[in-house]
Ligand binder design. Structure first.
Ligand SMILES: *[C@@H]1O[C@H](CO)[C@@H](O)[C@H](O)[C@H]1NC(C)=O
Ligand SMILES: *[C@@H]1O[C@H](CO)[C@@H](O)[C@H](O)[C@H]1NC(C)=O
Ligand SMILES: *[C@@H]1O[C@H](CO)[C@@H](O)[C@H](O)[C@H]1NC(C)=O
Length: 374
């Protein structure tokens, strides 16, 4: 390796390390970003830092929305803040485009809320503020290189406060393509699994634990059903792999010396086939054969979602998480790409390498350009 090349690669390795290391602490310090300032996309790290520093747990995304609104308006975009119902009443989807027409060939979109788990919640470094920062930097870099028309019509940016499904009426993709940003480890998604939510409930008869005979233990009934459910063989497919099941919530009982009268659980199935009804039938059979007293309900389902990946030069991947892609209707191509890994998103280990963020800017630029020149 030539000395210059060596120095450059050492520098870039230390940039990557810097953010990853800093991000392990609960707040990213200013010096993390200073140590890691890249030359290629001047706005990238500053923007990412600003986005990550503004909290935006789902249902209260007001501040980060206003920041983006100002940021984009200052750069000459026409910005429309679409109010979103729910949450603390101060949340907006930010829709931005160049020129006077909001009808564009490409819509580039991601979400700005950071998901709240039951115990841990990520700061959104990866999911999905990495995508938002890289998408904006990509559009800005294309503008600088005259890859998109300054007078508009090519690209619109949409940052959703919570869910794209709220946008279907106002921004359905009439253009050629919508590019979605979620963590895909820098790969182009060929599709993602579907979802089936399962609610289970058992009713019993309360009583004193010392005298079990007249009572009926709802927890015992439920647990027998759950144990059988976990052994059920769910349909798989070549493209999407195994259908998997997670029992994520279990509730019931009041005290260890009282026979519980109620117990319930909920599970989420990640569907690898669109045979939703078959999967429901398998689950019902497994639960009811082992424990007839358990009631099952299936409040929500969505089959696996195939996604376009007809752009050369990308590794591709099937993702096991859901997105709102099926909710954005329209006759357009759909691409899904983003920096970072879902394995660290939503946790206090959430972090992103600067090199991945920079690669994402390049890749979003490529995707946008390829669609525009078709
Ligand atoms: C797009 O522009 C049209 C015409 O000006 C307008 O009716 C519509 O509300 C706009 N939509 C958004 C999301 O800005
Ligand atoms: C899918 O399930 C089969 C059978 O249970 C298992 O052997 C295999 O390792 C699973 N594949 C993946 C990718 O988890
Ligand atoms: C699945 O079951 C529902 C409810 O029973 C029914 O309305 C629907 O048509 C079924 N879908 C298929 C593909 O069989």
């Amino acid at each position: 390796m030539k000395p210059l090349g060596l120095i450059l690669s050492l520098l870039s390795a230390s940039f990557s390390l810097a953010i990853a290391r800093c991000a392990r602490h609960s707040t990213i310090t200013r010096s993390c970003y200073e140590k890691a300032t890249p030359q290629q996309f001047p706005e990238l790290l500053e923007l990412h830092k600003s986005l990550v520093e503004i909290p935006s747990v789902s249902d209260s995304e007001g501040a980060v929305g206003r920041f983006l609104q100002d940021y984009l308006a200052q750069r000459g975009y026409t910005v429309y803040a679409q109010p979103v119902e729910g949450g603390d009443g101060d949340r907006h989807n930010i829709f931005a485009y160049l020129g006077g027409s909001n009808r564009t060939q490409v819509l580039v979109t991601s979400h700005i809320d950071t998901r709240r788990g039951t115990e841990l919640w990520g700061r959104g470094t990866v999911d999905a503020k990495g995508s938002v920062a890289a998408q904006i930097a990509a559009v800005e870099s294309l503008r600088r290189g005259h890859g998109i028309a300054e007078e508009g019509g090519d690209v619109a940016l949409l940052t959703a406060a919570a869910a794209w499904r709220r946008l279907t009426t106002s921004v359905s993709g009439d253009g050629r393509a919508v590019i979605f940003g979620e963590p895909t480890e820098g790969k182009l998604a060929r599709g993602h699994k579907g979802i089936l939510s399962v609610s289970l409930a058992a009713a019993g008869k309360a009583g004193h634990s010392g005298y079990p005979e007249p009572g009926a233990n709802a927890i015992d009934t439920l647990v027998r059903g759950l144990a059988s459910l976990q052994l059920a063989e769910l349909p798989r497919s070549e493209e999407f792999g195994n259908t998997t099941l997670n029992v994520g919530v279990i509730q019931g009982g009041v005290a260890d010396n009282v026979i519980p009268a109620q117990a319930s659980a909920s599970a989420l199935v990640r569907l690898a086939t669109d045979r939703v009804n078959d999967t429901i039938a398998i689950i019902e059979r497994a639960v009811h054969e082992a424990s007839p007293g358990v009631q099952t309900e299936f409040p929500y389902s969505q089959g696996p979602v195939p996604i376009d990946y007809d752009v050369e030069g990308f590794e591709t991947v099937i993702l096991n998480y859901g997105t709102d892609i099926p909710n954005l209707k329209g006759n357009h191509k759909r691409y899904l790409y983003g920096p970072g890994s879902i394995h660290v998103a939503h946790s206090d280990q959430e972090h992103l390498d600067v090199s991945d963020l920079e690669a994402a800017v390049q890749d979003y630029s490529t995707l946008i350009s390829k669609v525009l020149t078709r």
